[in-house]
Design a protein around this ligand. Structure first.
Ligand code: XIL
Length: 385
């Protein structure tokens, strides 16, 4: 069963409305949740390597989303980030609401700071995101119309991609074009966004073409969520994503990879390894790479006891990663944050009992959790690329 949460909150320069988060609720209550716990799992890890080192040993990349306020102000966190991550993706700073103070100007200050932080710590950099219907600037709805939409769209992509040309490992060119198949008015299940309304379905193809012309080196990614579980909405979403990717490949769109957000849910039981493997194989068979771009494990509906919660979160990481890392087309894993001290879930999916959420590999004091061990183990067991 899946709950759809609609959030509206004011956020720095922009407004985020209705971000869909898969929040599989607990149909059988407390007992069902306790039954998810398996105290006998072995999360032992050998050796001293960081997550990035363990990933690199298998030809994989590990990294995380990081943001300007925390990395620039919390030196201990910045050091941990540099130690563990081989790739950084700005959590917010390359979104329209941050880059576009006015229709005629660009402000790269915070995004550039993060690019420099990555460079100075020998990390690769991912861009997130050129096209999305969330975190648009306040002026967007007043300014953008049928007449100027294409020009504004193209100019944004061109300017931003050129600004980082040669520095980007990969770009999330279009984010959430299907958006969990939430509004299903169309047979292709494309989400009703301003870009779809003004430019039609081929806004996606156009975005990739403009990005490719502006940077011939970056890997160009289509990124989406709700692709993880064997539940109706995720299955609709997987089918729609496959159709979209086939459509783009047939058109000759310069798309190189699928980004799977993988915002997982600690209390969701409908994880179907074979079905997920098949989905990954279908994507790979189109000649596309796969990146796990925003991995975290929501603990909102898990029991309060930290030992049980951490064990369940860790086993979700382990089960998920052991499946996806078996697929050779998967080249990178990024968590959406690194430490529970800084996670979007404390705002977007808080626990009803108000206890701090624990979705990430490090706790709020920067100690490794079982989740760290689970990720380390998954890299250690992954076949070499
Ligand atoms: C989230 C950020 O983590 C928050 O700080 C921000 O307030 C809202 O956006 N899918 C995405 C990300 O593609 O950009 C979102 O990031 C999380 C869901």
């Amino acid at each position: 069963m899946t709950l759809t949460r609609r959030h509206t909150l004011k956020l720095g320069l922009g407004t985020v409305a209705s971000i869909g988060v898969s929040a599989g609720c607990s149909p059988h209550g407390k007992q069902h949740l306790q039954a998810l716990d398996n105290p006998n799992q072995d999360f032992t890890v050998t050796g001293k390597g960081s997550l990035k080192q363990r990933a690199a040993a298998k030809g994989l990349l590990y990294g995380a989303a990081g943001n300007y306020p925390t990395l620039s102000e919390d030196a201990q966190f910045a050091a941990l980030f540099a130690q563990e991550c081989g790739i950084l993706v700005p959590e917010n700073e390359m979104k329209w609401s941050f880059l576009r103070p006015t229709p005629d100007t660009f402000d790269f200050t915070q995004a550039d700071w993060l690019a420099k932080f990555a460079r100075s710590h020998n990390m690769l950099l991912r861009g997130h995101t050129l096209v999305w219907h969330q975190q648009l600037p306040d002026w967007f709805n007043e300014v953008v119309n049928q007449q100027n939409a294409e020009q504004i769209f193209v100019k944004h992509i061109e300017t931003v991609v050129k600004h980082y040309a040669g520095q980007m490992h990969s770009w999330d060119v279009v984010n959430e074009g299907i958006a969990g198949a939430y509004n299903t008015g169309r047979s292709d299940r494309l989400y009703d966004t301003p870009w779809l309304r003004f430019l039609g379905k081929d806004y996606i193809d156009l975005a990739f073409r403009v990005a490719a012309a502006a940077d011939s080196k970056a890997m160009l990614v289509y990124n989406d969520f709700a692709l993880d579980y064997d539940i109706p909405r995720h299955n609709d979403s997987k089918a729609a994503v496959l159709k979209l990717l086939e459509y783009l490949k047939a058109k000759g769109t310069p798309i190189h990879a699928l980004g799977i957000q993988a915002h997982l849910n600690g209390s969701e039981t409908q994880f179907n390894p074979n079905q997920l493997r098949q989905f990954l194989r279908d994507v790979a068979s189109m000649g596309l790479k796969i990146l796990i771009t925003e991995l975290d494990v929501e603990d909102k509906n898990l029991p309060a006891a930290i030992s049980i919660r951490d064990r369940r979160v860790a086993s979700v990481y382990k089960d998920y990663l052991s499946v996806v890392l078996d697929e050779p087309a998967v080249i990178a894993v990024l968590t959406w944050g690194l430490s529970d001290r800084y996670t979007w879930l404390s705002q977007f999916n808080p626990r009803p009992d108000k206890l701090p959420v624990r979705p990430l590999p490090f706790d709020a004091n920067f100690n490794r959790k079982l989740a760290w061990n689970a990720i380390a183990q998954a890299f250690d067991h992954a076949p070499k690329r």
